[in-house]
Design a protein around this ligand. Sequence first.
Ligand code: FAD
Length: 438
Amino acid sequence: MKHETPIAIVWHRRDLRLHDNAALYYALKAGRPVLPLFIFDKDILDHLDDKRDRRVEFIYKEVLKMQDELQKMGSSLLIRYGHPLDVFKELTSEYTIANVFTNYDYETYAKGRDAEIETYLKTVGVGFHGYKDQAIFDRDEVLTGTGKPYTVFGPYSRNWLGKLADPFYLKAYPTEKYFDRLYQTPPTPVVTLDDMGFEPLGENYPKPTVSEKLLSEYQKMRDYPAERGTSELGIHLRFGTISIRDLARQAQETSPTFLSELCWRDFYFQVLDHFPHVEQHAFRREYDNIKFLNRPEDIERWKTGTTGYPLVDAGMRQLNETGWMHNRVRMVVASFCIKHLLIDWRIGEAYFAQKLRDFDLSANNGGWQWAAGSGTDAAPYFRVFNPTAQAEKFDPKGVYIRRWVPEYNSLDYPTPMIDHAFARQRVVEVYKEGLKNY
Ligand code: FAD
């Protein structure tokens, strides 16, 4: 039987929290009873080959927490599993929906999906409203003097920081003031991981908080992978289990360097939004002409962390075992993959996408294109990281290396699979050849 009370739906995606949430706030303010919804999107889940996926487990746990919080307030989180359009078709026959509120997602797939749903909802007389929540500034809020998107980080960040001086942009949305407007309903059924063909891993995820101490020492410690010097908040930012505004306010008070990392996050969101071709192609199109070797045995040694370069191997093993890798090491392994082994950056990017618990298309693509020299703010292509020198500088006592490569310095550890000087010269020639007509 159809529920007759006209309601608003808040469709949560990468915003798995009830506090300081733009879409939820505007839905509650609009006055109709609000029913929150989360859809386990079959179109996404079917593409994940490994059914022990940390991201899926993390989302699942967070969705259950939200449901619990909502049930304590007499409401519920509708949890559905299916193709989003089909789910909305079902929902419009089950409920009298006046409006759907949601927070923007900048990925191409998500934009296409949302456009399709908006079109459908229009045909049945339901409004669809999108809000900025995931980013501090949206695509058209930080532009050059001539109204164009920035493609270089330096000037973007100066403009971004200047705007941030206005406290308006980091104000929280006080959703809690209006929680009495949540739709009162008995608990709704729960989908299980098993129903969706996934297995739990029983993993412990980082806490959704960062200490004052870590932030105040961030600048000094963040480049040393043996230390716990970075926040590990990536997964929370990815799925919105913390508010970017809360975090940026905290950073503003304690660490300009950390704030600048949050600026990189916004920068790559707007790059992807303005230049969606980066999802498949080099940002600088001419870099698509570089002839990579893509040798399967090289790809395998890189993936499994058996290259004979200990910092590279430590990073890849950390990734394989934990789903996370330190930023400094991400730069080194990406450079090694592309430049030493001449593996197409898209192959490395796809491997990170499969493994990283904090995977984010825009930041991952930005990081890989940066390493390839093909991106917006790219390092010049002839600058090739020396993995041995990087290890000496950033892991001088070998603590990180020994943690992940216990056989290092024993007979079981392989000799370097390629000579650094040879690889450096080879990549410069290959890039020169690829770019010679530009
Ligand atoms: P912290 O150092 O504590 O930084 C706090 C937050 O700032 C991060 O969680 C992240 O949201 C943001 N941030 C920091 N550095 C960057 C950056 N360079 N670009 C964009 N945002 C940044 N980051 C991802 O979130 N997802 C990815 O898939 C991803 N892939 C990467 C691939 C490569 C090849 C490289 C070089 C970097 C990649 N990064 C990615 C950026 C960065 O490495 C991670 O954000 C960071 O290591 C995550 O650890 P943390 O949460 O402790 O970061």
